[in-house]
Design a protein around this ligand. Structure first.
Ligand code: SF4
Ligand code: SF4
Length: 368
């Protein structure tokens, strides 16, 4: 079978062709966050990806139909040639959305001014912020980093890039109650979106024993949202947080399955391709993809990924713990990739199960 036939076969198995590529420029980072599941840091043994190889690989994926590129890390701004790589990505006419993920601490007036160049008209920034005040953010990201990230956000806002900036918040037990403060703070800065995702219990987060929010914290946020019209208004404009979205759609049947594998693949700094950023576990990695055609990569992926679609669909009907759950049709057993970080048993519930159950158990609330 030739590579093109392999790509066709993969598609026939329900794998959606790549549309959004996430690629790590480096695993190096200027910070050493306590919750970093990639265990990135300033360690000089963490190499940057060769810029020439990276640009060639990006071109191959864009030629194969990718329309969104997301440059990730580690911290991409520690790569000595990140601006050249970003410019390369911005010049593809078919790329509608180019995203740069950063912790925001290395943004300077000169850098931000450069990002306002018309060549970057399709550029969006994603900045991590894990609290609405220094104590909360710095507890995981290190002393002084709240001020540095807020300074970066202020620079983006002053340069008119606020609407093209997404603030990404990692939900943990110690910071979850600051979400209602964060939405108006970011709206004030004209930030376009605030999205939150629950802590991934991997890498350094395991070693530091950080906790997910509690079911009670989820219930409190939903109840607060029910009676706080101002919060609802600002959330509607810029917010997206899983507990509120789950509550809003809890009576619906989810169409989400990991059938979407390869729609949004991830290439690590080592040149290993994974079906998505979260499913970056060894069993599903295709090594050595730098400068390889997408069809030839698909030929290798077929062996590893073809069964994922069916497995994802089976989970909703076969996890014993889910049978009597009122949220089964909405949750479908949760995220398979989160589960894969904890166990090889795909017929188990994911780590946010108790949070989801709390959301499904809440009564109908006014205004929601
Ligand atoms: S979480 Fe992000 S900013 Fe923090 S160490 Fe990891 S890559 Fe760096
Ligand atoms: S909330 Fe838990 S028990 Fe209910 S469907 Fe989701 S994973 Fe299964």
């Amino acid at each position: 079978m030739n590579p093109e036939q392999a790509l066709d076969r993969l598609t026939q198995c329900g794998v959606v062709p790549a549309n959004r590529l996430i690629i790590a420029l480096t695993r190096h980072c200027n910070l050493t966050c306590n919750h970093c599941w990639l265990t990135s840091g300033p360690n000089s043994s963490l190499k940057h990806v060769d810029a020439t190889l990276l640009k060639k690989t990006l071109s191959l994926w864009v030629d194969a139909g990718v329309q969104t590129l997301c440059l990730s890390g580690g911290e991409p701004l520690t790569h000595p040639r990140w601006q050249e790589i970003l410019t390369h990505c911005a010049q593809f006419p078919s790329i509608h959305h180019l995203r740069l993920q950063t912790n925001g601490t290395l943004l300077t007036p000169k850098i931000v001014n450069g990002l306002t160049n018309p060549v970057f008209a399709n550029l969006h920034l994603q900045v991590s912020l894990d609290g609405a005040q220094p104590a909360t953010h710095d507890l995981v990201r290190g002393k002084g980093n709240f001020a540095k990230t807020m300074n970066g956000l202020q620079l983006l806002s002053d340069a008119g890039l606020g609407p093209r900036t997404t603030v990404s918040f990692t939900e943990m037990a110690h910071n979850f109650e600051e979400l209602p403060l964060l939405f108006p703070m970011m709206a004030e800065l004209d930030i376009g979106h605030v999205v939150s995702g629950t802590l991934i219990q991997g890498g350094r987060a395991l070693a530091r024993a950080l906790d997910l929010p509690s079911p009670k914290q989820y219930a409190n946020l939903i109840e607060r949202f029910s009676h706080d019209a101002q919060l609802r208004a600002v959330y509607k404009k810029i917010g997206n947080t899983s507990c509120l979205e789950w509550y809003a759609s809890r009576r619906e049947t989810s169409e989400h399955h990991c059938a979407n594998c390869m729609e949004s693949p991830y290439i690590s700094e080592e040149g290993t391709l994974f079906p998505c950023g979260l499913l970056s576990v060894t069993n599903y990695g295709i090594e050595g993809v730098w400068n390889c055609s997408v069809a030839s990569v698909a030929q290798k992926a077929e062996v590893r990924w073809a069964g994922l679609n069916a497995l994802s669909r089976q989970r909703a009907d076969n996890i014993q713990g889910c049978m009597a759950c009122t949220g089964r049709l909405h949750c479908q057993g949760g995220c398979m990739a989160r589960l894969a970080r904890q166990t090889d048993n795909f017929l188990a519930v994911e780590d946010r199960c108790r949070l989801r159950k709390q959301v499904y158990a809440l009564p109908a609330l006014p205004n929601l």
